[in-house]
Design a protein around this ligand. Structure first.
Ligand code: NAI
Length: 576
């Protein structure tokens, strides 16, 4: 489609629905913005108040209604309801108030939305694939209202953010993530599909809750679980081939094996592992440059050695190797502490992913105190000159004052990223980190925090939010598809994700102004997504995953033209 055709398609649309069917369709509904002609043509006269509003007018009124809500949950419910009533208005409102509303549709407030899912449920959105229906997954996928889907986000709700097993309530996460694909990446909302794989729940509270809307059963596990996931992937390949499939909030036990099993079979990635890794790598690369240092000079300490931590470490390690370190040297720069202490080679409980980061026992044996069997974070910080401390442990306040002070006594600009979500699980608050380091720390958090007043200046806090990466990856995939009828790239590679991270780092405001935040402002996300999608697409074409573009300019203009924006096209009825 040419740019002109795209613009035309956006301006005028043939619509078959009429009357209440049209008003009840969130993708098509314009509410009070239906024009006089449209009201006549589509049988809407009398169904709407007489005043005809513009989208701008509607946004003002919707914002007033939003502002009257008195709790985060009510604000979340309001926005979700707006999304299910009038999608264009929902996205336009979000774009106008992105800093204020992003945390309400997504982290941290979406956690409440998941916990209360069965109590606040109103209208269907997305697909529920329950274990008892395991023999008809293809049929369920075909029930999706829109024939073409660019992006699926799927969860089994077992490890939702940092709040554990939410069962079918986990669907709130794919819904929220896909809203961001549309808002920031510009993926058309009608071409997104949230899915929850309802394999039961082990959350006793939910099982006891008479309102719980999921399959009331303990989680299935083992071979039954694996074969269910296999059936799901087979159905996606059959019904929606070439669709980007993002795995989200699976437990550590399943996340990595699922990614390893399917990453070479279809266009897929795990956001908790690869998305987190890319954004953390981007923030770290920026921080290292602001610190006036270089990547090979870094020594990384992680609290938590789960799916997210090993993913972040893998990308940092790849970057270290790119910068000239041997694989062995690169591995020696990582100190990972989990709930059983520092990972080292004598431990027998490590997964293959964790074993990569096990320090040789000989290196640390002198550190053990008599009678002590494990080494904790404080021990590691005491013995290592850590330049970067990354928390992905879900342990609130684990970065204590003595730990942070000891670290910062050894380095000029300590890089400290408490990344656990939601807010109450954060390993430290930015205010404390600035205080304890006398404003020297380079901080990025997992959850949003308000700016910190320190030393007479206001320091905005960067949120290491995956939203910097995944919508842009989706946009790149859409752009790399030669046409709606032809398949595009079939794989998401780590190199594509690392290209995204490097592009993010290049756009760090702190590179130009060391007192600016490490990561770009949320209001710039949409234009940043274009730059990141550009880098991802270039890497895909460079490595032969996708066919090359005529020129960088044509790639960039296709990316820009592919971004959907919330606006009302004019509707015309089908010709008789
Ligand atoms: P996971 O369950 O796979 O790993 C948690 C890790 O923390 C495990 O290694 C566990 O042993 C360790 N841990 C637990 N208690 C500990 C203790 N007392 N001391 C030391 N280590 C302890 O979970 P996953 O997926 O790795 O996520 C971890 C956290 O990271 C969550 O809070 C999640 O919300 C957050 N996260 C943040 C992201 C972001 O900010 N962009 C993205 C993905 C995850």
């Amino acid at each position: 489609m040419s740019l002109n055709e795209i613009a035309q398609a956006h301006l005028v649309r043939t619509v078959r629905l009429r009357g209440m069917d049209l008003l009840n369709n969130p993708a098509l509904n314009k509410g009070t913005a239906f024009s006089r002609d449209e009201r006549e043509s589509f049988g809407l006269q009398g169904l709407l108040p007489p005043v005809i509003e513009s989208l701008d007018d509607q946004c003002i009124r919707a914002y007033q209604a939003f502002s009257l809500k008195t709790s985060d949950l009510e604000r979340h419910i309001y926005l979700r309801q707006l999304q299910d009533t009038n999608e264009v208005l929902f996205y336009r409102l979000l774009l106008d108030h992105i800093e204020e509303m992003l945390p309400v549709v997504y982290t941290p407030v979406v956690a409440l939305g998941c916990q209360e899912f069965s109590h606040i449920y109103r209208r269907p959105r997305g697909l529920f694939i329950s274990y008892p229906l395991r023999y008809s997954i293809s049929a369920l996928l075909r029930n999706h209202p829109n024939p073409e889907v660019d992006v699926i986000v799927v969860t089994d709700g077992e490890r939702v953010l940092g709040i554990g097993d939410q069962g079918v309530g986990g669907l709130g996460i794919p819904i929220g993530k896909l809203s961001l694909y549309s808002l920031i990446g510009g993926i058309h909302p009608g071409r997104t599909l949230p899915i929850v794989l309802d394999v039961g729940t082990n959350n006793e509270e939910l099982l006891r809750d008479p309102e719980y809307l999921g399959w009331r059963h303990a989680r299935i596990t083992g071979a039954e679980y694996d074969s269910f996931i296999d059936s799901f992937v087979a159905a996606v390949k059959e019904v929606l081939p070439s669709t980007l499939l993002q795995w989200e909030d699976f437990s550590g036990v399943h996340a990595r094996p699922i990614l390893n099993r399917y990453r070479d079979q279809l266009l897929t990635f795990n956001d908790d592992i690869q998305g987190t890794a890319a954004v953390a790598l981007g923030a770290t690369l920026a921080a290292v440059r602001v610190a006036g240092s270089s990547l090979p000079e870094q020594e990384f300490v992680f609290l938590g050695a789960g799916a997210a931590s090993t993913g972040v470490a893998d990308y940092l390690r790849a970057a270290l190797v790119t910068e000239g370190l041997s694989e062995l040297e690169a591995r020696s720069r990582f100190w990972m502490v989990d709930r059983d202490g520092l990972l080292h080679s004598s431990r027998t409980d490590l997964t293959p992913e964790q074993r990569v980061y096990a320090q040789p026992s000989s290196r640390i044996s002198p550190w053990f105190r008599p009678g002590g069997e494990t080494l904790g974070l404080a021990d590691v910080i005491h013995h290592v000159r850590a330049t970067a401390l990354i928390g992905l442990s879900t342990v609130a306040s684990a970065f204590t004052e003595p730990i942070v002070r000891e670290m910062s006594a050894k380095v000029d600009r300590p890089i400290i990223f408490p990344l656990s979500n939601p807010t109450e699980h954060s390993e430290a608050s930015p205010a404390d980190l600035y205080r304890w380091t006398h404003g020297r720390a380079l901080v990025a958090t997992g959850s949003p925090f308000p700016p910190v007043e320190y030393g007479g200046r206001t320091i905005p806090v960067s949120q290491c939010n995956n939203v910097y990466i995944f919508p842009a990856v989706g946009l790149a995939v859409v752009v790399l598809r030669p046409s709606a009828a032809t398949a595009g790239p079939q794989r998401i590679t780590d190199a594509m994700m690392i290209a995204a991270a490097r592009a993010l780092a290049e756009h760090s405001p702190a590179l130009g102004d060391p007192s600016a935040p490490l990561l770009p402002a949320l209001k710039d996300l949409r234009s940043l997504a274009v730059e990141i999608a550009f880098a991802v697409a270039q890497e895909a074409t460079r490595s032969g995953i996708a066919p090359a573009f005529e020129s960088s300019a044509s790639l960039r203009s296709k990316i820009l033209a592919s971004q959907w924006s919330p606006a009302y096209p004019a509707y015309i009825p089908p010709s008789p």
